[in-house]
Design a protein around this ligand. Sequence first.
Ligand code: GDG
Length: 499
Amino acid sequence: MSPLSARLIVVSNRLPLALKREDGKWRFEAGSGGLVTAMGPVLKNRGGIWIGWPGNREPIELPLLRQILGPVSEESGYRLLPVILDEGEVENYYEGFANAAIWPLFHDLQTECLFHPRHWEAYGKVNGRFARVAARHSDREDLIWVHDYHLMHLALKLKERAVERRTAFFLHIPFPPPDIFLKLPWRYEIMEGLTAYDFVAFQTMRDRQNFQACLRAFWPSSRVRGRGPVVTVGRDEGDIVVGALPISIDFAHFEALARSPKAVQTCEELRKAHRGRKIFLGVDRLDYTKGILQRLEAYGRLLEGQEALRESVVFIQILVPSREGVEAYSRLRDEIERAVSRINGRYATTGWTPLSFFFRSLPSDELAGFYRAADVAVVTPLRDGMNLVAKEYCACNTDGDGVLVLSEFAGAAGQLAKGALLVNPHDVEGLARTLVAACDMAREEREKRMIRLRRAVRRQDIFWWVDNFLRAASGRALRDFPPDDLAPLLPRPRERPLA
Ligand code: GDG
């Protein structure tokens, strides 16, 4: 059976739900997000399993967990299989190796990295456990589709146990160039792990080419065959198929969400509260890769340098708590809060607060209302695999006249370069100038750009992505994938484009 029609075994660190214990009782929240929406129907239609950690920090007995997950599996139409992690594993594999070594390194932030042999050991052990669960619940006809940097060693663990399976891997975060990747003490082991997959896909061409450059560093005789988004790298040790496939969102769902009663009400309330003012919007998970401090600094520069704009702009920053308990993240939160109060303390007037800050997650229909109300979305990560917020903003911009300010270093820049205002997030002055240009942009220009943006996101949505991933994994031609849609290898420098 070709992987295009094979039963799917999806494996990710987290199951698409969150299990929590409150007042001594276990309860779970169903997962949301693009991946769940996209994989749900596929898993349901062809039959499948989703394997992952339910996210609980407190211990739970496996039979009780299975009992809780039973009805959820029934409702979703596919089986949810839990992998239990103990406290030490959460600390060493998840918070340690995955989030304190790989996450910063792959986002080019080497100074944030913590390399610890204990973390690496736990990574191998936990990958082995995931592999055992995947092996036990699959057969040779199935396709095991593994997601993200937590599980780069799963295919290798299967091979070590002589379990023959077809495996595919998608990396949601960037893949760094060799001069950064080679700093990892376990660099060879990670490359060995990734090359154990039959198919490995990245978000952008740049990531894929970085990976190929690392392959050459370890296997100098490796040769690329083919052209386009998916190619084969030939090595004496065996071929590996590699691809560049940008993930996306359920465009229709977000567009409908933006028209929902709650979104319309939120949008109206925001516009009323900020009447006559341009609304800038930032939406991020709390993370040092998202460039939040630089963005706030740029907004501060704008207010400093453009007196005429004061009181006619407002910046709304939504920040979703993430990786709570990790020191680097609580430090970042403090720094952001200080930056927010510095700006408000300095510029606020009796009738105007320049920065409005939400430190919590909003329901998705309310978030859609924020997207809809925003005149300018400011999406400026220092580095990002894709960045779905950029795409969600476009889908929710049903009035068609919003402006997207987007970092060159977000994977999304590859597909959205023609409609967005691209910025270097480290260039605070340049970002401030771009924010001014976004405010000044004529309606006609805004509409022209938003048409392009919405077309790009609508055409290559999450269903397009799943379909093409499965096509590539089965050696078939991709659908609706013009080669020039791929991200450029390097951001194209355009000095002072808006001066
Ligand atoms: C990783 C990669 C890649 C945010 N605030 C609220 C809320 N959100 C949702 C957004 C969006 C998601 O969180 C954030 O997705 P991103 O893509 O921006 O970033 P990561 O979480 O870092 O995701 C990234 C992604 O994987 C997929 O491959 O794009 O590069 O780092 O969907 O909507 N959702 C709700 N309320 C909020 O307040 N409901």
